[in-house]
Write a protein that binds this ligand. Structure first.
Ligand SMILES: [Zn+2]
Ligand SMILES: [Zn+2]
Length: 258
């Protein structure tokens, strides 16, 4: 019995190698043949380097609380992101989310591991932000879960699956203004059971823009008795709380939903 998953995994990689020979992959960033995300595009990513707000992780001139977090703090001890949502990385995330290229989770998870902000991410498990079951069925997978699994392999923290659920099918955040995003996801998540009581979960998501989804998940985790809640996302989209209605373009050109 134990050998079966191994055999299936081996068959899957042989199948992948064969497919790569017949249909060689093209880089989603620049179109070069050979891999889904080439070394050239990987080396061109914009890492999100300090200084950032010590709470929400937004880039700023000094490492301290940003004016927005001083006014009203998000319900997370820290949010951090690996890279800035632009260039080839933007393309890669859009292909992962909207074009079914789940294989991209591996190189993107590796980027998250490379930028893992050890000091800010004191936690004991990874919790992917869930999709509503109807959206996950339509997409075939949850990209945040794939990223969490790829990251987990490299940093060693376990992924807790299925503890948090999205109970409302919310409108895609990408279509909404900042203040409507908070309302849209408020109360949309619940935590089942007691598996996260006293734990220190780190929420994992693909992109953080206003942080509204992370905040709504965090509220559910606190309610379930978490001792601390933090979040780590692959990318951060440029958004200025002083100009809340100017939101970055998070959609592929002329298609799709979140
Ligand atoms: Zn490339
Ligand atoms: Zn802040």
């Amino acid at each position: 019995m134990m050998a079966f998953p191994h055999t299936r995994e081996k068959l899957r990689s042989v199948w992948r190698i064969l497919l790569d020979l017949i249909f060689p992959p093209r880089c989603v960033g620049c179109g070069r043949w050979g891999s889904l995300l080439c070394d050239h595009c990987l080396s061109a990513v914009s890492w999100l380097c300090p200084p950032v707000c010590t709470r929400c992780g937004r880039p700023q001139a000094r490492s301290r609380l940003c004016p927005d977090c001083r006014r009203s703090s998000p319900p997370l001890s820290a949010i951090r992101s690996a890279v800035i949502f632009e260039g080839p990385l933007r393309q890669a995330i859009l292909h992962l989310k909207y074009r079914g290229q789940r294989e991209l989770a591996q190189p993107l998870g590796t980027l998250m591991a490379r930028a893992w902000p050890r000091d800010a991410m004191r936690g004991d498990c990874l919790v992917p932000v869930p999709l509503h079951p109807s959206r996950e069925r339509a997409r075939g997978y949850n990209q945040s879960r794939l990223l969490a699994e790829a990251l987990s392999e490299q940093i060693g923290l376990p992924v807790v699956h299925g503890a948090i659920r999205r109970i409302r099918a919310t409108r895609p955040q990408v279509y909404l203004k900042a203040r409507d995003r908070r309302e849209n996801v408020k109360g949309a998540f619940v935590v089942d059971g007691t598996s996260l009581r006293g734990r220190r979960p780190i929420l994992i998501d693909d992109v953080c823009t206003t942080g509204a989804t992370l905040a709504a998940c965090a509220e559910a985790l606190w309610t379930a008795g978490a001792e601390d809640v933090r979040a780590y996302t692959l990318a951060r989209a440029a958004w200025d709380p002083a100009r809340p209605d100017i939101l970055p373009d998070l959609m592929p050109r002329a298609e799709g939903t979140s």
